[in-house]
Write a protein that binds this ligand. Structure first.
Ligand SMILES: Nc1ncnc2c1ncn2[C@@H]1O[C@H](COP(=O)(O)OP(=O)(O)OP(=O)(O)O)[C@@H](O)[C@H]1O
Ligand SMILES: [Mg+2]
Length: 509
């Protein structure tokens, strides 16, 4: 008897199917991957299972029993746990409080000491190391994820749903995370994992269910399949990546940083420590490094979100140190942030409104204080066409962004920031959450920008992405540039050394 069976699940939003006759089964002790393009219906299916949405049709059997969860609390009480892509932890509370929050249940007084012991023994058993007294806000993303999993296990989950859990992890963290998953599997837990990375599916799962346009098109045993076959079922045709030829970079600087520093209050360390860096016209400069070594701060001092405390930044030959974010944007510096909800989108606004968020007060969208909504709408339609953005239901450009799938939200940002006017694109994790087709498209688009003489500063935790796209690669460690490698001389090993703060001579600088 399977642990979970979902049969003929159907769900429509304003008359358009997000799930149509979907079937999925998961065994005890199985890691089951759920694969599909952006907007294929993966998150919707899991939200139905977890009681966030009610299906319009179909049946769910859990441990052989017909169930229909009315709410997440209902699903949790039956032994289902879900880790959402955007975590739901309270930053200002400790790890312990986050885990026991809301699980006091019937007991009058919650025994904190006993809870703490129980959490420690769970943590030890599965290798989910966290410190119970630490504030969640001070943890790395990888650590926060461990807290989320502990929270589910503390509530006695037998089935874990993980929606794009590796998107935010560094390669090292992913490795650790997979160890944890294997241990959970060996203990008999069922796991459903959503990921766009085929290599991860091949490495971790027993079986794969593929969704296309809301339908389950194929169920495969991982050992008997290949990444090529997976992608063919997912897209409905083989992926034929066409590679743009790369033009040489010019010798003319677009952006220069001279001795740029950003002091950080915490621990007396510098977030950016005398950075000297030039991005040339027609160049993609990759920034590699373990997340949290100053990459975000670098992007923010260049785009003007933060003010550097030392040094000079110039763009196109003139100093921009005291320019605002908006002024820098109108000079041609655009920004794809790694935190799309925080920095890039207003999720309650529509696709059209988000498209003109940076330019609504300018021609052609605004003339003498009057907004030309038709022009804005056309701009959104172009973006939808070019990036293959799936809006929700029949609302098209008027869809509030929050109703769109994660990958499609990212496409809205990409099409706004990679505009004709952009001359330097600061792109942080640009393909995070995108399916393979869309990732390929974004890569080609960035190379095309470069070939047109524009510049790209590419920050990515994905070394393959850095190596594929960059003309030169700068590696950051503790706020410093450890070294810069040319495309031809860069390899994973050299970059790895720099990432760990080791120079080629073997010593620390
Ligand atoms: N609450 C909602 N209201 C309206 N439409 C919705 C809602 N939730 C999801 N949808 C629509 O359902 C479709 C499937 O979305 P879903 O989030 O399930 O995709 P996904 O496979 O998880 O994609 P991604 O890989 O981008 O995360 C999308 O077209 C989305 O806009
Ligand atoms: Mg999703």
């Amino acid at each position: 008897m399977p642990l979970l069976e979902m049969k003929h699940i159907t769900k429509a939003f304003s008359g358009v199917y997000a799930n149509e006759d979907v079937t999925l089964s998961v065994e005890k002790g199985e890691i089951h991957a759920l694969l599909g393009e952006n907007g294929a219906g993966k998150t919707t299916l899991m939200n139905i299972l977890f009681g966030i949405y009610q299906s319009d049709g179909g049946e769910i059997f859990y441990k052989g029993e017909s169930v229909r969860f009315k709410s997440p609390a209902d699903a949790i009480s039956h032994g289902i746990g879900m880790v959402h892509q955007h975590f739901s932890l309270v930053n200002r509370m400790t790890v312990l409080d986050n885990i026991i929050l809301g699980s006091g249940g019937k007991k009058e007084v919650l025994d904190r000491k006993q809870a703490s012991e129980e959490i420690c023994s769970l943590a030890e058993k599965y290798g989910l190391f966290v410190k119970p007294d630490e504030l969640v806000g001070s943890l790395s993303v990888g650590e926060q994820q461990r807290v989320e999993i502990l929270k589910a296990l503390y509530r006695k989950a037998d089935l874990l749903i993980l929606d794009e859990p590796t998107g935010v992890l560094t390669p090292q963290e992913t490795e650790n995370f997979f160890h944890v998953l294997r241990r959970l599997k060996d203990e008999g837990h069922g796991i459903i994992i959503i990921t766009h990375r085929l290599s991860e599916i091949m490495a971790i799962s027993e079986r794969v269910t593929i969704l296309r346009d809301g339908k389950s098109v194929k169920n495969l045993v991982t050992l008997n399949t290949t990444p090529e076959e997976l992608s063919a079922y997912m897209i409905g045709r083989p992926l034929s990546p066409k590679t743009e030829d790369r033009k040489k970079t010019s010798k003319e600087a677009a952006l220069s940083l001279e001795g740029v520093s950003l002091s950080k209050k915490r621990a007396g360390k510098m977030a950016l420590d005398h950075i000297c860096l030039t991005v040339y016209k027609g160049e993609i400069l990759g920034i590699a490094g373990v997340e949290g070594n100053g990459q975000k701060e670098l992007a923010e001092v260049i785009t003007g979100i933060r003010k550097h405390t030392e040094g000079n930044i110039s763009f196109d030959g003139s100093a921009i140190d005291s320019r605002s974010v908006r002024e820098r944007f109108h000079k041609g510096i655009s920004y794809i942030s790694d935190d799309r909800h925080m920095d890039s989108l207003v999720v309650d606004m529509t696709v059209t409104e988000n498209m003109i968020l940076r330019t609504y007060n300018r021609l052609p969208f605004s003339k003498k204080w009057i907004l030309d909504y038709k022009k804005a709408e056309n701009r959104a339609l172009e973006a939808i066409e070019e990036y293959g953005i799936r809006t929700s239901g029949k609302s098209g450009t008027r869809t509030p962004v929050k109703l769109m799938s994660g990958g499609n939200q990212q496409k809205v940002i990409l099409s706004r920031e990679i505009s004709k006017e952009a001359r330097l694109i600061v792109a942080s994790q640009p393909t995070r959450g995108l399916d393979i087709g869309a990732t390929e498209f974004v890569h080609q688009t960035l190379i095309r920008q470069k070939n047109q003489g524009k510049s790209v500063l590419l920050i990515s935790a994905d070394l393959d992405e850095i190596l594929t796209l960059s003309d030169r690669i700068a590696v950051m460690f503790e706020g410093r540039i450890m070294g810069i490698l040319n495309r031809e001389e860069a390899d994973v090993f050299k970059i790895g050394l720099y990432m760990g703060g080791v120079t080629e001579e073997g010593g620390r600088p």
